[in-house]
Design a protein around this ligand. Structure first.
Ligand SMILES: NC(=O)CC[C@H](N)C(=O)O
Length: 204
């Protein structure tokens, strides 16, 4: 069963509606007692890095999540700031991240853009896969996904880069390490491509 981590941030209902539409069993996980029968996790997020980390730490689920993901290798899919907090730190804040994938979240260099407003990077953009992975099977890369962010995940290890996109130069828009997936874009707001990506994740 898919567990959507509900720590007070993110488009929970958008994920729930997609899994309902796909007839994929899911539940909202609000505390450590809700993990029963969960076999995969979604870590959603919309907002600032430090606030996301504060909410997750205050939720009391941090230790359980670290164990499930790092020791039991439960597959997890992070979205936007839910992906960014998988890093070690962010230029957006000062609180340490989860450190599940080595890297630092950096601000998009707006000086490389000649249109206004320069950031946030908002709207649909294409993605280029750097690895051949099942989670991307059937994806229309030209169509791409919906983005809304001002920071990106600068992965330490190139092996952990799953996909890139172009905005003020090439940037990492997806990371992957073993059972851990993170996407800068919003699958829950990316129509067919997003539904397919979430279906692929459920079928891993
Ligand atoms: N939509 C979001 O969650 C944005 C994440 C982060 N604050 C950024 O600007 O990149």
């Amino acid at each position: 069963m898919i567990g959507i981590i509900d720590y007070g941030l993110g488009n929970i209902s958008a994920f729930a509606n997609i899994f309902k539409q796909l007839n994929i069993p899911f539940k909202q996980v609000k505390n450590i007692n809700d993990f029963e029968s969960v076999t995969k996790l979604i870590l959603p997020g919309v907002g600032a890095f430090d606030y996301a980390m504060q909410l997750l730490n205050d939720s009391g689920m941090r230790e359980k999540l670290d164990h499930l993901i790092l020791s039991e290798k439960v597959p997890v899919l992070g979205v936007c700031v839910g992906m960014q907090i998988m890093a070690n730190s962010s230029e957006e804040g000062s609180v340490p991240g989860l450190g599940w994938i080595g890297g630092k979240v950096k601000k998009i260099d707006a000086s490389k853009l000649n249109h206004k407003p320069t950031i946030p990077h908002m709207g649909w953009n294409q993605v280029r896969a750097k690895k051949d992975v099942d989670i991307f099977s059937g994806i229309d890369y030209e169509q791409g996904f919906y983005f809304l962010h001002s920071y990106y995940f600068d992965a330490d290890n190139p092996q952990d880069v799953l996909a890139v996109s172009e905005y003020a130069g090439e940037f990492v828009c997806a990371v992957h390490k073993e059972n851990i997936y993170g996407f800068q874009f919003h699958p829950e707001k990316s129509l067919l491509n997003g539904v397919l990506l979430l279906k692929n994740f459920a079928n891993l």
